[in-house]
Design a protein around this ligand. Structure first.
Ligand SMILES: O=C(O)CC1=CCC(=O)O1
Length: 92
């Protein structure tokens, strides 16, 4: 099952630059694991925003929820998920 996720990141103002940097390091490691396993098919920065679009290939809604809620930044992200189905005009 393929899903598109849009994640908008918003850190509370009281976090220090070091705390934000720590989130970013842990997020990168978790994201790399997901990409290496193929669960995350790709991730793109949305130009001009602290936000991304990423695509997931998972077995179930529950698996996707487990993956998304495992992101270190989860508490500081708004996530919108869109299920994807094959387009009839797709040649792949
Ligand atoms: O977009 C970001 O920087 C936050 C993020 C979520 C998943 C990821 O790899 O980075």
């Amino acid at each position: 099952m393929l899903f598109l996720a849009r994640m908008d990141v918003s850190f509370p103002a009281h976090l220090t630059a070091e705390q934000v940097a720590d989130f970013q390091v842990r997020e990168k490691a978790y994201s790399a694991q997901l990409q290496e396993s193929g669960k995350m098919q790709g991730i793109w920065r949305i130009v001009g925003e602290y936000a991304n679009h990423s695509i997931y290939d998972v077995e179930s809604n529950d698996e996707l929820h487990e993956i998304l809620s495992g992101f270190p930044m989860y508490a500081h992200m708004k996530i919108k998920v869109t299920p994807l189905a094959k387009h009839p005009n797709s040649i792949r």
